[in-house]
Design a protein around this ligand. Structure first.
Ligand SMILES: Cc1cc2nc3c(=O)[nH]c(=O)nc-3n(C[C@H](O)[C@H](O)[C@H](O)COP(=O)(O)OP(=O)(O)OC[C@H]3O[C@@H](n4cnc5c(N)ncnc54)[C@H](O)[C@@H]3O)c2cc1C
Length: 380
């Protein structure tokens, strides 16, 4: 494809990701799925391989590269036989740190950003609350200023890497109701009054731990305020574009991987004395899967390019996420179907992708909320 994703440097990056996946991930992924979390040593290994800091500038401890490089790392990990669950958990700092980097407080960069990008600690982003996730402007976790601290009360749920995180970038209400009263504070699990639940049990993303967090009068130094007070909502929304495009890329990669696994399977699997691939209905199913993957990838990459060029693509980012998720949903379903009973078995890769991909239309803004974003912007 001539969309700029296939330069010499990016091919080398893909090769490095694939080597890392084959050496550090694939032999262990099933056991991490059983254990429900990634080992911290994987973060250190990813940092040593130069992958953890991709997309973050060297001045803040990153390895350089832009958003496309970070999307490409996620894509290649999935294409190599990893999973979106692995990407979500190993790279949770991709949603947990950008607000800190953007606001640029040198002390926060040193205390929080550098150790995470070095693989020595883990970061997460805590926005969603038990009372609701779609309505970010309605969040109720309170932070009240008391001298040189904020006192935080409330709860968060569904927080990826939440049971392991050392750096918890948390959306709190410092002001009045609505979007204008929201700030971001870095909480740390050692702070008295911060409760971390046991890992929540889930349908998929099994290697990615997910937590509920409770805050009972947690005293947080004002130095942990990210950016200006009451300016958190805009910061969250600015970073949503990258998260949604990353999820779109992961949906396309999951679909592409399932397409490849299915093509291999239908060539090998014989029924009634002939390979499945010789049946017209099977060939047409595979052809339709390939069409859906190609359209979703082409559209997603076009939106990524326009976003990188600085165009206003809020609606198209939402459309890209929905397009990629719809393609992925359709393709993983057909992949399982063409695998027959084998597609329903634990340990068979398409089964994992079928479960893992179900979250892609829920996390980072649901399909319905994406559609609402598009509708509102179109008819504004
Ligand atoms: C595995 C996993 C990992 C996650 N990781 C994180 C994380 O790291 N950090 C974090 O902050 N959150 C995380 N989330 C939370 C995720 O972002 C939310 O689940 C999501 O935003 C939806 O919020 P909700 O679950 O409260 O659903 P709700 O907001 O209660 O929505 C329920 C349903 O109603 C629909 N709906 C809601 N409002 C409208 C409307 N106005 N019009 C039409 N339909 C509507 C939704 O589309 C959805 O179908 C994670 C969730 C999961 C399951």
């Amino acid at each position: 494809m001539s969309d700029g994703w296939d330069t010499v440097e990016r091919r080398a990056l893909r090769a490095a990701v694939r080597r890392f996946a084959e050496r550090e991930v694939l032999p262990h992924l099933e056991s991490w799925e059983d254990e429900g979390a990634l080992p911290r040593s994987l973060h250190a290994a990813a940092a040593a391989a130069g992958l953890l800091g991709i997309g973050f500038a060297e001045e803040v401890g990153g390895s350089g590269g832009g958003p496309v490089e970070s999307f490409l790392v996620a894509e290649e990990l999935i294409l190599a036989g990893g999973s979106s669950g692995l990407v979500a958990s190993l790279f949770t700092h991709g949603i947990g740190l950008p607000h800190l980097v953007e606001s640029g407080d040198p002390d926060q960069i040193d205390r929080f950003v550098r150790p995470v990008l070095a693989g020595a600690s883990v970061a997460c982003l805590a926005v969603t609350e038990p009372g609701g996730g779609s309505d970010v402007a309605g969040l109720t976790t309170r932070a009240v200023r008391d001298g040189d601290h904020y006192v935080v009360t409330g709860a968060k749920t569904f927080i990826t890497s939440g049971t392991r995180a050392d750096v918890i970038t948390t959306a709190v209400r410092t002001g009045g109701p609505g979007a204008r009263g929201i700030s971001l504070l870095v909480l740390e699990p050692t702070m008295p009054g911060l409760r971390v639940s046991r890992p929540l049990r889930k349908m998929g993303w099994l290697c990615s731990d997910t937590a509920e967090l409770g805050f009972d009068d947690v005293r947080v130094p004002v130095g942990n305020l990210v950016g200006a007070e009451d300016a958190g909502f805009a910061a969250i929304m600015r970073q949503f574009a990258a998260e949604r495009l990353s999820l779109a890329v992961q949906a396309v990669a999951t679909a592409q991987r399932c397409l490849e696994l299915t093509m291999d399977w239908v060539r090998r699997r014989e029924t009634f004395g002939r390979p499945l691939a010789t049946r017209q209905v099977v060939r047409h199913t595979v052809a339709e899967m390939a069409r859906q993957v190609d359209v979703a990838r082409t559209y997603t990459r076009a939106v990524v390019a326009d976003w990188e060029a600085g165009e206003d693509v809020v609606a198209r980012v939402a459309m890209a996420k929905n397009t990629a998720v719809a393609a992925c949903d359709a393709v993983v379903d057909r992949a399982v179907q063409l695998h027959g009973g084998a597609g329903y078995l634990r340990g068979v890769e398409v089964e994992r992708h079928y479960r893992d991909s179900r979250i892609l239309g829920i996390g980072g803004g649901t399909t319905e909320i994406m559609t609402e974003v598009v509708g509102r912007l179109l008819l504004a």
